[in-house]
Design a protein around this ligand. Structure first.
Ligand code: C5P
Length: 422
C-alpha cells in the first residue's frame, strides 16, 4: 500500500471530484469584497479538473483584477458584451452554450435585481438570460451587507430567481466587510465547490433515502474513561457525501469523529453503540413503510463489539497497593443484523474489517448478517488513512475496487450499490 500511496493522495483533486472533473463551469464575478474568495474557488476548481471560463462585471474589477483571474484560470477573462475574441462577437450566446453551469460568486444585490427582471445591460446579465436553461444550471452565491440582503426588494428578487430554477448557495451568517454581523456573507470556497459538485453529479440515487453509520463508538467505563477503536469515520463520511451527490436524502449517524459534515447531509452525533442503534431505529421508524423498502442502509461504523457491563458513576480511583480493577463486558447489539431482520427492510450494505482472508471471512459475514452486499477491507491498513481498497461481495461473486482515495472509492461504491437496486 505504501508504494504509490503518496502519489495517489497528492494527485489533483480531479479523481475524487465526481461532478467536477471535465465539467465546463463559467464563474461570473460581480462586485463585492468576497471576490477574493472566488480566486480560491477558481484555483480549487482547476485542481478538481473542471474547465473554467470567467466573466466579470465592470464593478467587480474594482475588487479583483481580471489579470488575477486570468492567471489563476489560464483563460482569457470576458468582460465585454461585444468581445471580438469570440468570432461571431456573440459572447453572451457562445459562453452560455459552452457552460454546464454558471456560478455567480459573489452575486451582488444589483445583479440579482437585474436577473430577476430579465434586464440585459452587460455580458453577465445577458448571458444568464440567453443560456440554454435545460442544460446549463445557474447557481448564485449572494454576498452583501445584511440590510441589503434582508431588504424586501432583494428578498422578492431572490424568491423570483429561485422560482425560475436558480440554485441559491447561502448567504452565510457572520462578520461582514462593512463591520456588521449578520446574513449576507458569501459561502466559503469549499462549500461552493461541494455545492457545485453536488449540482453536477450524476443522480444515481435520486429521491432515495440513505442511512449511513460512520466512525467508531465509544463505550464508557466511568465519566472520564472508555474504550473505542481507531476508526476515523473518513470512509463513512466519503460515502455519505457521494450518496448525497448522487441525489439521495442522506442521514448520517456518526460516532465520535473530528470531521465536517458533507454538504446537505443530515447528521446525528452519537457516542455509544446503544445510542447508535437508537438513532438508526428512530431514522428507519420515521420513514413510511413503502419508503423503507426503497431506502438504503450502509453500515460503515466500526461499532464496538462489547461494552463494560457497568458504567461507574464516579471516576474509578487508583488505589496504591491494591489490585487493578477488572472489567466485565457485555455484547453490544448488532445494528446491521437487526436492520437486516426487519420487514420491510432497506437494501442493507455492510463492511467487514479483517486482517486476512478477506473473501472467505467477508462472505461468511455477509451470509451470517443476511445482507445483499458487503465491502471487505483490511482494517489495520485503512483505519485513519486517506486511501483504501475494497472487495465487494454479493451473491454473484466478488469485485475488487483497487487502491484509491476514499472519496473515489465512495463514488465507485455508490455506483455499485445503485446498479444492484431494483
Ligand atoms: O461482525 P462485524 O463487527 O465484523 O461486522 C461488521 C459490520 O457490521 C459493519 O457493517 C458494522 O457497521 C456492522 N456492525 C453493527 N453493529 C455491531 C457490530 C457491527 O452494525 N454491533
Amino acid at each position: 500500500m505504501a508504494q504509490n500511496s503518496k502519489e495517489l493522495i497528492s494527485q489533483p483533486l480531479a479523481e475524487s471530484r465526481w461532478g467536477l472533473h471535465g465539467k465546463r463551469v463559467l464563474i461570473a464575478v460581480s462586485a463585492g469584497v468576497a471576490a477574493y474568495k472566488t480566486c480560491i474557488l477558481v484555483r480549487d476548481l482547476m485542481r478538481a479538473g473542471a474547465n473554467i471560463k470567467i466573466v466579470m462585471t465592470e464593478a467587480a474589477r474594482a475588487f479583483v483584477s481580471a489579470e488575477t483571474f486570468q492567471a489563476l484560470s489560464g483563460e482569457p477573462v470576458y468582460t465585454d458584451l461585444w468581445d471580438d475574441r469570440i468570432s461571431n462577437r456573440m459572447a453572451h450566446i457562445e459562453l452560455g452554450r459552452w457552460a454546464d453551469a454558471i456560478m455567480i460568486a459573489p452575486a451582488s444585490a444589483d445583479v440579482m435585481a437585474r436577473l430577476a427582471h430579465g434586464i440585459c445591460n452587460d455580458l453577465l446579465s445577458t448571458l444568464c438570460l440567453a443560456r440554454p436553461r435545460d442544460r446549463c444550471l445557474l447557481l448564485i452565491a449572494p454576498a452583501m451587507n445584511k440590510e441589503m440582503w434582508s431588504h424586501p426588494a432583494t428578498q422578492r428578487n431572490a424568491a423570483t430567481l429561485a422560482k425560475d430554477g436558480t440554485i441559491f448557495l447561502g448567504p452565510d451568517r457572520g462578520d461582514q466587510a462593512c463591520g456588521e454581523t449578520g446574513d449576507g456573507r458569501m459561502l466559503e470556497p469549499e462549500d461552493l465547490l461541494q455545492a457545485l459538485e453536488h449540482a453536477l453529479s450524476p443522480k444515481l440515487l435520486a429521491g432515495r433515502h440513505c442511512l449511513i453509520t460512520a466512525g467508531p463508538t465509544f463505550e464508557a467505563i466511568d465519566p472520564v474513561r472508555g474504550i473505542t477503536n481507531r476508526s476515523s469515520g473518513k470512509m463513512g463520511f466519503a460515502i455519505a457525501r457521494a450518496a448525497s451527490q448522487a441525489g439521495a436524502l442522506v442521514q448520517l449517524i456518526a460516532g465520535p469523529v473530528c470531521l465536517a459534515s458533507p454538504w446537505q447531509v443530515q447528521r446525528t452525533d452519537v457516542v455509544s453503540a446503544i445510542d447508535m442503534k437508537l438513532a438508526v431505529d428512530r431514522a428507519i421508524d420515521s420513514l413510511p413503510s413503502d419508503k423503507v423498502k426503497h431506502a438504503i442502509f450502509i453500515s460503515v461504523a466500526a461499532v464496538a463489539d462489547w461494552r463494560p457491563a457497568e458504567i461507574a458513576s464516579q471516576k474509578i480511583k487508583k488505589q496504591h497497593g491494591e489490585s487493578t480493577p477488572s472489567l466485565r463486558f457485555v455484547e453490544n447489539p448488532d445494528i446491521l443484523a437487526s436492520v437486516a431482520a426487519r420487514s420491510p427492510r432497506p437494501f442493507c450494505v455492510g463492511f467487514a474489517a479483517e486482517s486476512e482472508m478477506l473473501h472467505q471471512y467477508g462472505e461468511a459475514k455477509r451470509k451470517k448478517k443476511n445482507i445483499p452486499l458487503l465491502a471487505a477491507n483490511i482494517g489495520h491498513e485503512t483505519f485513519g488513512q486517506d486511501l483504501n481498497q475494497l472487495l465487494l461481495l454479493d451473491e454473484r461473486g466478488s469485485e475488487s475496487l483497487p487502491l484509491a482515495t476514499k472519496e473515489k472509492l465512495a463514488q465507485q461504491f455508490i455506483e455499485a450499490i445503485a446498479s444492484r437496486l431494483t
